[in-house]
Design a protein around this ligand. Structure first.
Ligand code: GAL
Length: 366
């Protein structure tokens, strides 16, 4: 659809690039990515617009849904998607994004592993006339064109609020996400908005507060073990930034016979987490309807590819360099009491999967 761009010919170098990338986490959602031979001609022949999606990772369950729902929506709107995932590696993400740019995608959608390190991708894309959407996570200090996410400060507030509603005194632990992810900072900011008042009153003490490298559950496990050891297990509540880190924290609590005895938050409504909520081992999660963000991003990407702009985006989020036109969707706090009315009702998970480990007489009545 768009004019052919610099560096798009598939020669030996293109084949070599694919060989390298396929060894480090390439994800293909269409034949074009998997089989480069002749694809550019095919793409141009059928005139379809192509959206490139450069993902940090597919590790957390949610990202697989993001990929699938985004791809389905773009296809519904008449386009195609090329997806590459970087397995949490900055240089891989950079080279994969360059690959998508050189393949002549019409628009680039990026879920950055590293908020700062992805900024050069925006510059490179712009040089080729390709607009960039920052998906879920903000690319900082760049001229990124649009940002679509959830209200991430609100996510953190929901986490801390749910926990302080259960326990409002004592020693609190904050298990954060990846330091390199701008969202992790916003979740923490939100949580601290709530915790600070209680801390100032002297009701609670934040005795441990650490990020967990790359959002890894095993890093969260180590953090929680350290927090427990340093405080002789005298911990009354845990605010964990997502379900993966909550899982790590709960593993450490289980080893001390404390799982289910103190509240733990999460985020993402991962199946394992909503099962823990049904079983009473995790207090809450924050459900972010992935269909909503994926559809919105797909609509934006297709509009950008067709018209070079997206109308009706009135929000702004500053990324350290510019105010990025932004759309922030609403997250939903989920506890045992509203599991059925939220994630299950939405079809995000099935009742029988969520309550798999719970005796049937305790399942919510339809
Ligand atoms: C965040 C994202 C969360 C969670 C986390 C780990 O940026 O907003 O939903 O998935 O990354 O991947």
């Amino acid at each position: 659809m768009n004019p052919w761009r610099k560096g798009t010919s598939w020669g030996l170098s293109g084949l070599l690039l694919i060989a390298v990338v396929s060894g480090c986490g390439v994800v293909s959602t269409d034949n074009q990515t998997a089989n480069p031979a002749g694809t550019t001609a095919e793409k141009k022949d059928d005139g379809k617009l192509v959206i490139g999606m450069s993902m940090d990772t597919l590790k957390e369950e949610r990202w697989q849904k993001d990929r699938d729902l985004f791809t389905a929506k773009v296809k519904e709107l008449g386009g195609d998607v090329k997806v590459l995932a970087a397995n949490g590696d900055d240089s891989t993400q950079l080279s994969q994004a360059e690959q998508l740019i050189s393949q002549g995608v019409d628009v680039l959608v990026i879920i950055p592993h590293n908020a700062e390190a992805t900024a050069p991708i925006v510059e490179k894309a712009h040089k080729e006339g390709i607009k960039v959407i920052s998906y879920d996570r903000l690319i900082k200090n760049s001229d990124v064109d649009y940002y679509v996410s959830f209200d991430n400060v609100r996510v953190g507030e929901m986490q801390a609020k749910a926990i302080t509603e259960k326990v409002s005194k004592g020693n609190f632990v904050y298990i954060g996400g990846a330091d390199t992810d701008n969202n992790a900072h916003m979740f923490k900011q939100g949580a601290m908005n709530i915790l600070k008042a209680l801390q100032d009153k002297g009701d609670i003490k934040i005795v441990y507060d650490q990020f967990s490298k790359d959002w890894k559950p095993e890093e969260a496990l180590k953090n929680m073990e350290n927090a427990l050891t340093a405080n002789n297990n005298n911990i009354q509540a845990v605010v964990a930034a997502n379900d993966g880190t909550a899982g790590g924290a709960i593993q450490a609590l289980t080893a001390q016979g404390m799982a289910g005895k103190i509240p733990v938050s999460g985020q993402d409504a991962d199946l394992a987490a909503v099962q823990r909520i049904a079983e009473g081992k995790q207090t809450m999660t924050v459900y972010k309807p992935i269909k909503a963000i994926a559809s919105k991003a797909a609509e934006m990407a297709v509009a950008l590819a067709k018209n070079g702009r997206v109308d009706g985006v009135s929000g702004k989020v500053n990324n350290g360099k510019i105010d990025v036109p932004s759309i922030l969707l609403d997250p939903i706090a989920v506890e045992k009491a509203n599991l059925a009315d939220t994630v299950i009702k939405d079809g995000y998970h099935k009742l029988e999967d969520v309550y798999k480990n719970v005796p049937k007489d305790q399942w919510p009545k339809p």
